[in-house]
Design a protein around this ligand. Structure first.
Ligand SMILES: [Fe+2]
Length: 386
């Protein structure tokens, strides 16, 4: 029975790869016999440089390392290895305990343990066994983290998909918004790039632009689709959309970075915007960028009551509103794009002309999938309780 258990333990050990580095061939030979008998997958090396190369090219779980070696000592080997591998579990073998490296070195190089060399390997085997236990736990934690990350990503995607559907729904009922949020998203990123923003900020601008008008889902269709001039009351209803949008997105942490964009893209630099009448630098920076992209797209979109404005008029509007409606520095940068790099804007405008039909098909397909899913579940439900 004991022997059976021992065999199981030994075959489990076989999953772990140990490398030993000692410039004395005799020690390597003894370790080889001893550790192979315990079931470990063992590799012995006498040259420290070769050991570094092996760790670089192969996977090992644990390293047993002699401290005093030629041409360089064990701590130098660890120093090199730690530059590219932080995970390898390292045990240091020392001669006499007075020759052990200082504790500070052991900590700095993240060496997990050390023991004195002796003919008996009992102490070393105990250290190896506890090392393998730690490695096993670390691997399990890593595996759980990977699974969690995977689940989180799936949840994120599912949430993103449902908000995307909401966006298409808004676009389906508000003719003006069609393609608008895609263009605002890309125009914001264009301006963000010009301002030298980080990749993370550019991503926030991209998603923020896509969903900035999501709150229009809460505005009555009669107001969104009205051809004539809005009454004051109707305009007040429209002005609720940034707060409604921020509220819709507040349920998921995934959107926490874009909420300031959604909530404040209608603030004005002079403090006369909505919903919070924020002024100047009080307005979140990314929201100030989206405000410019949003206004530009509004000016260049056809409305029922007017044609799209010509480029010269748009440029003079941006110059006129510098420091009142828009952040002056961002306004200057955008005018520079309008005057000198208009082809990049044109490209974005062209890109979102032909996608509308495709988008409605996607929306219909999505609704169809939901209906199919519901009917499947209701049938299963009936069968289950029958
Ligand atoms: Fe808006």
């Amino acid at each position: 029975m004991r022997k059976g258990l021992q065999n199981v333990q030994n075959s489990e050990n076989n999953n772990y790869r140990i490398i030993a580095v000692d410039d004395e061939q005799g020690i390597i030979d003894s370790l080889s016999i001893f550790l192979k008998r315990s079931g470990y997958d063992f590799t012995g090396v006498t040259d420290p440089q070769e050991a570094i190369e092996k760790v670089k090219s192969e996977h090992f779980d644990l390293m047993i390392l002699d401290f005093i070696m030629t041409p360089f000592h064990g701590d130098q080997v660890v120093e090199e290895i730690r530059k590219f591998n932080k995970e390898l579990y390292i045990l240091l073998l020392t001669g006499h305990k007075d020759l052990a490296p200082p504790l500070e070195t052991i900590r700095r190089l993240d060496i997990q343990g050390y023991c004195e060399k002796s003919d008996k390997f009992d102490q070393l085997l105990l250290l190896i066994e506890s090392g393998i236990k730690s490695i096993k736990q670390m691997n399990e934690i890593k595996h759980i983290n990977e699974e969690l990350a995977d689940t989180y990503e799936k949840l994120e995607n599912a949430y993103l998909e449902s908000i995307q559907t909401l966006r298409y729904t808004v676009e389906a009922k508000d003719t003006y918004t069609r393609g608008h949020s895609d263009r605002v998203s890309e125009l914001s990123v264009l301006l963000g790039k010009k301002m030298g923003l980080s990749d993370q900020d550019l991503r926030t601008l991209q998603i923020g632009g896509l969903f900035h008008d999501i709150g229009k889902i809460g505005v009555p269709d009669t107001i969104l689709q009205k051809d004539s001039k809005l009454t004051d009351d109707e305009y007040s209803e429209i002005k609720n959309h940034p707060s409604i949008g921020a509220h819709i997105l507040s349920t998921a942490t995934l959107f926490k970075d874009i909420i300031p964009i959604v909530k404040h893209h209608h603030e004005r630099y002079d403090g006369h915007g909505y919903p919070s009448q924020l002024k100047g630098e009080e307005i979140p920076y990314l929201a100030r960028i989206t405000a410019i992209a949003d206004s530009f797209d509004a000016m260049t979109s056809k409305r029922t009551y007017r044609d799209s404005l010509p480029l010269e008029t748009v440029i003079s509007e941006f110059k006129r509103c510098r420091g009142t409606q828009f952040d002056p520095e961002l306004d200057d940068a955008f005018v520079d794009i309008l005057e000198n790099h208009y082809d990049e804007i044109k490209e974005i405008q062209e890109k979102y002309k032909g996608e509308i039909k495709e988008r409605y098909l996607n929306l219909l397909l999505y609704i169809f999938k939901i209906i199919l899913g519901l009917s499947f579940y209701s049938k299963s439900f009936i069968l289950y309780f029958h």
